[in-house]
Design a protein around this ligand. Sequence first.
Ligand code: C2E
Ligand code: CA
Ligand code: CA
Ligand code: CA
Length: 279
Amino acid sequence: SKEKGGNSYHYYQPEMNKRSLHRLNLEIHLRKALERDEFRIFYQPIVDLSNGKIYGMESLIRWVHPEWGMISPAEFIPLAEETGLIIPIGNWVLKQSCLNNKKWQNIGHPPLCVSVNISAIQFHQPQFVQLVEKTLEETGLEPKLLCLEITENVAMTNISYIIDTMQKLRALGVRISIDDFGTGYSSFSYLKRFRVHTLKIDQSFIRDVTVDEENAAIVTALIAMSRQLKIKSLAEGVETQEQLDFLINQGCDEVQGYVFSKPMPAHEFELMIKENKQL
Ligand code: C2E
Ligand code: CA
Ligand code: CA
Ligand code: CA
């Protein structure tokens, strides 16, 4: 058994070193990414199924490293959260999203609502509401044209603080959606208590909604429940016409996914809305 332990030592140690080195390297570069202007926001349209028009867009961050190329948020957002870097990065995303949305409104496009992902750590900053208020003032964006996407996990700790913060945000006039609904510790009663505007049905339920009867039942129930609670339902990760038809039949309010468009760089999104291209 000593032999075995020795083996696993030799086997695992270099791997662990490689992983922690990779992490450290990533962290060092992540710290410099903001000042080096390496982040970009991609925008993915959200379509209103009642009229087929673009209702808004979700801001999705990308990190374009000069040597490594495009890095997915799935890779660096967790690290940014662990290190606290999510605060300056998140502030940047919020400001940039509001600025661009205002700019696009100024070039004559009908008002769009921009959705920004907010990490739990950001949401729990004591000054978060003031920060949102200040950003709206500085960018001149109407509050109702900003939507904050908050995951269920945020919504599970320190309930009274969350209800209070949600209340203040609602008083500001911004919208709130619950992201990835159904994947976390969903509690339906909180939906009502938080009084969010939109429920985003997680893409894991949409993926095989047309072949998996259980997912179909869940999606149907979530859409019906949203309607009863007067919350808008938004299905994300919609890739096929069949999925879209299913959602239309169920009376889903809004849809986001490759069936309409992938997330795209700001200049492409701007072109699309300028040309008023029908999705
Ligand atoms: P999310 O908020 O659930 O965002 C939706 C993800 O689904 C995005 O991945 C989007 O590109 C992808 N997607 C959209 N339509 C489709 C589709 O039809 N099919 C498939 N398979 N995927 C689709 P992305 O951009 O890689 O972002 C991953 C996650 O990173 C996001 O998940 C969000 O949790 C996080 N994230 C992205 N930007 C930010 C940010 O600015 N701040 C924070 N805190 N998190 C962010
Ligand atoms: Ca989201
Ligand atoms: Ca989501
Ligand atoms: Ca997600």
